[in-house]
Design a protein around this ligand. Sequence first.
Ligand SMILES: CC(C)(COP(=O)(O)OP(=O)(O)OC[C@H]1O[C@@H](n2cnc3c(N)ncnc32)[C@H](O)[C@@H]1OP(=O)(O)O)[C@@H](O)C(=O)NCCC(=O)NCCS
Length: 325
Amino acid sequence: MGNARIVGSGSFLPEKIVSNEELAATLNSKGIKTSDEWIIQRTGICQRHLAENLTTSYMAGEAAKLALLDADIKSSELDMIIVATSTPDNVFPSTACLVQANIQAYSASAFDIQAACSGFVYALSVANSFISSGFAKNIMVIGSEIFSRIIDWNDRKTCVLFGDGAGAFVLSESGDLHSGILSVDLQANGDYSSILSVGSHFNNSAIVGDPFIRMDGQAVFKQAINFLEISARNICKKSNFPLESIDWFVPHQANIRIMNALGHKLGIPNDKFIITVDKHANTSAASIPLAFDYARKDGRIKERDVVLMQGVGGGFTCGSILAVV
Ligand SMILES: CC(C)(COP(=O)(O)OP(=O)(O)OC[C@H]1O[C@@H](n2cnc3c(N)ncnc32)[C@H](O)[C@@H]1OP(=O)(O)O)[C@@H](O)C(=O)NCCC(=O)NCCS
């Protein structure tokens, strides 16, 4: 038994890329003022990938196939598939069941988790519990999102921030307690539910309420830094692991200024932060596995490195995972 260890990772990004200049030109042509300079300066985002006619389950399946290859295991060896998403293909069946059929992982149970942009960290913590309790050996954890479908493209406060994509990890038994996932910290506070939400539901074939993301940007900005700092300190305390000994910080990729402020509060230099928000924008539950996979493939995150992954977002939710790669 032992903890769950990341034995493979994979990413999928849609082909279609929209630069800030292109997005600004479209918005300006509708009389909505924005610019490449404003978006870069306030967020660090330069471009985003858009899924167009792809589905969340398709993107999840593509990322999963690459993670299986990377882990060098067969889909038939998976015991469980967990997909973190707020933008599933259907109300049900779960996206995880659609992925199971796509990759033919018929020995795996399958379900989705919804914790907005913290979803991937919540899903990793669930997978870790199943593996460390001996219930499962190999689990596929995926974050896959198509936020472009729940964005109001006439709201400049939100439409410049998000992108689409999917990232996946294969987790397996580490064999000991000193490698793999060392500790988990999960938080939620529903008192902040209104600062970031999609406040709608289905009722008798109609969408009731506002179908788009609405956000109090400044409140989210403040709470994100607050929650991330508390959670980072909590997890280090719980695991008795010094913050300064962490090799890589992989926070949710929402805004470069949130990551810079977090680094400043924690006293961690910026070059220890993996940053992909410039290329991917905010891909919600997919942002952490996309950033992790990017840095693993470019050789920065290496075996035995200690990594802190942190999600934060709607709910309000936050979560941290401290892991030895
Ligand atoms: C959204 C965010 C980038 C806005 O940055 P900000 O520095 O807080 O900017 P403000 O909201 O104070 O807006 C400043 C001005 O820019 C305007 N503005 C907003 N979006 C704009 C855009 N895309 N282009 C140009 N101007 C814009 C505002 O209307 C405001 O104008 P005003 O001063 O005339 O009222 C920032 O608040 C943020 O990143 N928040 C967190 C978002 C997030 O991470 N969400 C997901 C969490 S999972």
